[in-house]
Design a protein around this ligand. Sequence first.
Ligand SMILES: Nc1ncnc2c1ncn2[C@@H]1O[C@H](COP(=O)(O)OP(=O)(O)O)[C@@H](O)[C@H]1O
Ligand SMILES: [Mg+2]
Length: 358
Amino acid sequence: MGTVAAHGLCKSFGRVQALDGVTLDVPDGSFFVILGPSGAGKTTTLRAIAGLEKLDAGSVHLDGRDATGDAPAARDLAMVFQNYALYPRLTAYENIASPLRARRCSASEIATAVERVSNLLHIDRLLQRRPAQLSGGEMQRVALARALVRSPRAFLMDEPLTNLDLKLRVEMRTELTRIHRGLGATFVYVTNDQVEALSMADRVAVLKEGKVHQVGTPAEVYERPVSQWVAQFVGSPPISLLACHAEGDRLVGAEGWTLPRPRGTTAEDGRTLLLGLRAEDLSVETRGEASLPGELYGLEPLGDRTVVDVRVGTTILKVKARPTVTGTPGERLRVTVDLDRAHLFDAGTGLSLSGAGR
Ligand SMILES: Nc1ncnc2c1ncn2[C@@H]1O[C@H](COP(=O)(O)OP(=O)(O)O)[C@@H](O)[C@H]1O
Ligand SMILES: [Mg+2]
């Protein structure tokens, strides 16, 4: 078993309210990602779960049992920090073995456990090296191995890939999902990188200013964001937002365009709205009736695709296009909109006006 539940966590540091009623339910064996920008309260949440932070209010349950008052060591959780500090004088082997030595395991138990995680992380060849003889990525693997050598109730990971270069980060994303599957253990993983969240999580909790804004599968958070803020934080290039208002079953843009109101959305006439359009739901090829008039602003070739920036009034829309697309800035064009995938938000509250079925 390895369920982790946090209910109503509140924590202030002086005048800063780091956590404002954070509630999370992490199912046993899940890869649960807490996603949020810097300062959202992600580290404080993990530290609270680990028992390293005294709470102002709220409770932590582990495997259904109230652990709020338990000392960190009694919680049986393993934490991997962003700044993985390896012991510089010890070999990789001894670094990985250290948590087991602290628990007075026998030499043969230690050898078996270190061999198991070294195989899992592909670091067998590195075991006799000291940290100074390892690259950043190798050090991070050793640090992960040191956490994974035990079989705790759950693993808590605080942005463990942030210090790696991009290529290694991409590689480690796949590795970590593979390791998670292999272990069948519960992972609570913190990141500010939405790509990490979407690619690795079974469930994502989006955290902002000490509050959970949305919890769901990566697909739910991406396709049915509860607010303009979540929609903008998740997805790359970021979702484009066009100011408009409803007139019956049509949307009228601040710049004069009109479109049918997306099905399943509700909005009072006259209220200021934001139409949210993701790059892959827009096209510069004419293929549907719903379209917006614009002007080519710029092209961003990305190899496998090109992002076309189209100016509609004062807004720049990001449109995903084929890599072969061409055009001259200033040229007039129309952007086709897949209205079935469009999002509608209340400009005042930022909340989604797309129905639950969307
Ligand atoms: N020990 C501390 N003392 C004072 N303020 C803190 C402390 N730890 C965190 N904070 C503040 O609490 C907020 C949340 O911090 P943190 O949990 O580290 O966010 P994140 O990990 O999402 O970047 C931030 O405003 C941060 O400055
Ligand atoms: Mg942090």
